[in-house]
Unconditional design. Structure first.
Length: 130
């Protein structure tokens, strides 16, 4: 039987990506790889992880704070707190924060298993600082 997960604000497994931080709340071990939940916090002037797509994973973004830009297909769009964005598998996407305020996104990656990619992503950001 699955166990209840309770994490307070700021709790989770944190990954430092320079001007961006990923905070994982639940992934493979907690969800049986059914989904992944993480927060992505971007300082002002932060570019995202780069335009990409996923063959078999949908992504949901919910804006927690600030005014991040999200690339959907070939178009960048601005969003604000409370906005909801679902990006189906195979659609190119990215996110960034070109404002002067911190921005935060809640992300659902379906199905899960994304966190296992984080060591390689952290390594890439270490080798390619802003």
């Amino acid at each position: 039987m699955a166990e209840t997960i309770i994490l307070r604000s700021g709790e989770g497994r944190s990954y430092d990506l320079g001007k961006m931080t990923a905070l994982f709340k639940a992934d493979e071990g907690e969800t049986g790889s059914r989904y992944c939940v993480s927060e992505w916090w971007m300082e002002p002037g932060t570019e995202g992880v780069g335009a990409h797509s996923h063959e078999a994973n949908d992504e949901v973004f919910y804006v927690l704070e600030g005014a991040p830009g999200i690339l959907i297909g070939e178009e960048w769009q601005q969003f604000g707190p409370g906005d909801f964005i679902r990006i189906p598998a195979t659609v190119t996407h990215d996110f960034r924060n070109r404002t002067d305020r911190r921005a935060g996104l809640l992300n659902f990656f379906i199905p899960g298993g994304f966190e296992s990619s984080m060591p390689a992503i952290v390594d890439w950001f270490d080798k390619n600082p802003d």
